[in-house]
Design a protein around this ligand. Structure first.
Ligand code: KIV
Ligand code: ZN
Length: 499
């Protein structure tokens, strides 16, 4: 059996379904090009029938990317397939990913149908898609909870109908590694014509087993795996691309290989985290801030004598350079541009100028500006083009004092000012803002995170505000956490009416 594993990246489809992580088309193109540089084989660019934005992203990514296959998701519905075919018209290599739920629960409750009818619908969709494209991938949604005998019948039927790849998703993240591996093995041994298609894994991480399940699938015959950068995805996310790529690189005993240029992993991980406003947990395997940080004395001593004592991965293999230059107020444009590029952020001259100004301001406040600060600045710059802008904020608070805030906003160029008190400085500032923007708005979630460690650090605030029955996600960053909170609130308000 071939030992090449195809990497199917679904950061821009399954990954992007996470509330608050939505990217615009320009950002999606940026990610798609980074994925191409990383060496992924297939980019799932979107679900074109779901929205004009998704359709447009598939069109633009198809134009921008050369080597990877561009894949568009559909339901097993002709109209979906027609729209997907249209969206892929500029792709050099194209694939339709169509499918239907196959577990009894999906058949009974979602489709109110029966097993035979589901096979007919699956076959019809695959045959229809094959009229337009040479690569058709079929997904058996909730395959993880589908009875193996019936699943084998579905897989056999769709391969006969022309499917070139068959995806076996553990949609709910329920399977145990042995169970998922046994499912793939069962299909490899019981499906007539299995050699005519590639079997794909697609695992979710609800029970923390996505990577283990994917590996079990690969060890039992699957040769494609569906993954996302940083494991982003709905609920607990999908299998993380970087984990599979590094497992296969480290475990030469397994004899499976990918086309991934692992030295691009860290920059792509940071780019996705920054564009999606989705922090990577510090102890995340491969890409977490602490993934290579040895803090115990015994480990430090060992690593200094010989890195392999406690390190199974050379940090350089995932693109972490030793040259972690810390920028200061004396650093110039060239150093800033270089560092941004290392982080996977390409900027033109005018953007660089704006970022440089913001960088100097921060460097004055912080002395040393690190990579996380730069990612934050690049993120803040993206939302700079706004209708409502926080002009100033003054807050008085302290032990024994009632917090009071006064605020100045510019709304479409016009100046507004207000003051208010509250039960804390953030509450006072938000109340002052609400005295200017008199709409019904409720904060639903509010998280403050410091980027590094010092008391001069930048604070990042993620906020969800409910307005008119809809949730809006906002982000703010500043060395003053009250300002960061108000910036996050303003970011939400700027999005009202845009969805
Ligand atoms: O998890 C899942 O089942 C999916 C399919 C649509 C492929 O994402
Ligand atoms: Zn999924």
């Amino acid at each position: 059996m071939d030992n090449r594993v195809y990497i199917f990246d679904t950061t821009l489809r399954d990954g992007e379904q996470v509330p608050g992580c939505q990217l615009n088309t320009v950002e999606k193109i940026q990610v798609a090009k980074a994925l191409e540089g990383l060496g992924v084989d297939v980019i799932e660019a979107g679900f074109p029938i779901s929205s004009p934005g998704d359709f447009n992203s598939v069109v633009e990514i198809s134009k921008a990317v050369t080597w990877p296959t561009i894949c568009a998701l559909t339901r097993a519905v002709q109209k979906d397939i027609d729209v997907a075919v249209d969206s892929l018209k500029y792709a050099k290599h194209k694939r339709i990913h169509t499918g239907i739920g196959t577990s009894d629960s999906h058949i009974l409750y979602k489709f109110r149908s029966n097993r035979e009818e589901i096979i007919e619908r699956a076959v019809r969709a695959v045959k229809y898609a094959r009229q337009y494209v040479d690569e058709v991938e079929f997904y058996a949604e909730d395959a993880g909870r589908t009875d193996n005998e019936y699943l084998a019948r579905v897989v056999e039927a769709v391969i006969k109908a022309g499917a070139t790849v068959v995806n076996i998703p553990d949609t709910t993240g329920y399977c145990l590694p042995d169970e998922y591996g046994a499912k793939i093995k069962y299909l490899m041994e019981h499906v007539d014509g299995i050699d005519k298609a590639i079997i794909s894994t697609h695992c979710h991480n609800d029970l923390g087993m996505a990577t283990a399940n994917t590996m079990s699938g690969l060890l039992n015959g699957a040769r494609q795996c569906e993954v996302t950068i940083n494991g982003v995805g709905e609920r607990a996310g999908n299998t993380a691309l970087e984990e599979i790529a590094m497992i296969l690189k480290c475990h030469t005993d397994i004899d499976l290989c990918t086309n991934i240029n692992t030295t691009r992993i860290a920059p792509v991980s940071r780019m996705v985290s920054s564009l999606m406003n989705m922090p990577v947990q510090a102890n995340k395997a491969i890409v977490g801030r602490n993934a290579f940080a040895h803090s115990s004395g015994i480990h430090q001593d060992g690593v200094l004598k010989q890195a392999s004592t406690y390190e199974i991965i050379d940090p350089k293999d995932v693109g972490l350079d030793d040259n972690n230059i810390v920028l200061t107020a004396r650093s110039g444009h060239a150093a800033l541009r270089y560092r941004l590029e290392v982080l996977g952020i390409k900027v033109d001259d005018s953007k660089l100028e704006k970022l440089y100004e913001a960088f100097l301001k921060l460097a004055d406040q912080k002395k040393q500006v690190n990579d996380d600060d730069l990612l934050m600045l690049a993120g803040a710059e993206r939302v700079a083009d706004r209708h409502i802008v926080l002009e100033y904020l003054q807050v008085t608070s302290g032990k024994g004092l009632k917090p009071v805030a006064s605020i100045g906003l510019s709304i479409a160029g016009e100046k507004f000012e207000a003051a208010a008190s509250g039960n804390g400085p953030v509450d006072a500032a938000i109340n002052a803002l609400k005295n200017i923007i008199k709409r019904k708005m409720t904060i639903k979630e509010f998280t403050i995170q410091s980027i590094t460690k010092g008391s001069d650090d930048t604070g990042k605030v993620h906020m969800q505000v409910e307005h008119d029955g809809k949730l809006y996600f906002g982000f703010g960053a500043d060395t003053d956490i009250v300002t960061a909170s108000v910036e996050a609130f303003v970011d939400c308000v700027n999005k009202f009416g845009n969805r």
